[in-house]
Design a protein around this ligand. Structure first.
Ligand SMILES: Cc1cc2nc3c(=O)[nH]c(=O)nc-3n(C[C@H](O)[C@H](O)[C@H](O)COP(=O)(O)O)c2cc1C
Length: 197
C-alpha cells in the first residue's frame, strides 16, 4: 500500500506558462497520477525581494514558499537557463531556503529533488541542470538519479501541456516516478522508526 506523499514543484519564470513551468506541470501531473498530492509554486508566486539573511522571509510570498518547502515530502525544481545558469528568480527563491536551516528537516534534507532545466540550446540546459543538482546537494537534498535538460529548439510543449517530444515527456514522467518512490520509501521508513521507539 502506498502512502500519499506531498510533492512541491518550484520554478518557471516571471512569464506565467513559461516552458520551465510547463515542464514542472508535466512532472506534477505524473506524480499526481501516482497518488501524490501536488502543489505548484511558479512564476509570479516566486517574486520575492532579494534574499537578505538579516531580514529572513519578510513577504507573504516568501513565507508561503518556505511553508510549502518545509511541508514537502519531495520537491521538483525547474529553471530556465539564464546566461548558462539558474535564473535569478529561481535562485533567489532557493536562497530563501536558508531560513529553514534550523527546521526539524533542515533545508531539503530527507527529501528527493527532481531537477529540470530549460534552455535554447544544449550547453545552457546541461550547465543549468548541473547547477540545480549542485544546489540540491548544498541544501542536503537527494537529487533524483534522472534530471531533465530540455532544449526548446528541439522539444516543444503542446497547448494541452504535454511535451511533443516523447523522449522528454518520458523523462519528466520518470522524474515524477523517482521522487514519489523515494518519498514513499522515506515516509514508510520514518513510520517504522517511530513504531520501534
Ligand atoms: C536573460 C536570459 C538569458 C538567457 N540565457 C540563455 C543561455 O545562456 N543559454 C540558453 O540556451 N538559453 C538562454 N536563454 C533562453 C532561455 O533559457 C529560454 O528562453 C527559456 O528557457 C525558454 O523558456 P520560456 O518559455 O521562458 O521562453 C536566456 C533567456 C533570457 C531571458
Amino acid at each position: 500500500m502506498y502512502e500519499t506523499v506531498n510533492v512541491v514543484g518550484v520554478g518557471g519564470s516571471s512569464r506565467p506558462g513559461s516552458t520551465a513551468e510547463q515542464a514542472l506541470r508535466v512532472v506534477l501531473d505524473a506524480a499526481q497520477q501516482r497518488g501524490a498530492s501536488v502543489q505548484l509554486i511558479a512564476g509570479p508566486a516566486l517574486a520575492m525581494p532579494l534574499y537578505d539573511p538579516r531580514n529572513g522571509a519578510p513577504t507573504p510570498q516568501a513565507r508561503r514558499f518556505l511553508t510549502a518547502v518545509a511541508a514537502a515530502d519531495a520537491l521538483v525544481i525547474a529553471s530556465p537557463a539564464y546566461h548558462g545558469g539558474i535564473s535569478g528568480l529561481v535562485k533567489n527563491a532557493l536562497d530563501h531556503v536558508e531560513e529553514l536551516r534550523e527546521d526539524t528537516r533542515p533545508y531539503f534534507s530527507e527529501r528527493a529533488v527532481g531537477c529540470v532545466a530549460v534552455a535554447q540550446g544544449w550547453q545552457g540546459a546541461v550547465s543549468t541542470l548541473a547547477a540545480l543538482r549542485d544546489v540540491t546537494h548544498a541544501l542536503r537534498g537527494w537529487p533524483t538519479p534522472l534530471g531533465a535538460a530540455i532544449n526548446t529548439t528541439t522539444s516543444r510543449f503542446s497547448p494541452a501541456g504535454d511535451c511533443k517530444d516523447p523522449h522528454v515527456q518520458r523523462q519528466l514522467e520518470e522524474i515524477a516516478a523517482q521522487v514519489v518512490e523515494f518519498a514513499t520509501m522515506r515516509t514508510l521508513a520514518t513510520r517504522t522508526e517511530s513504531a520501534r521507539r
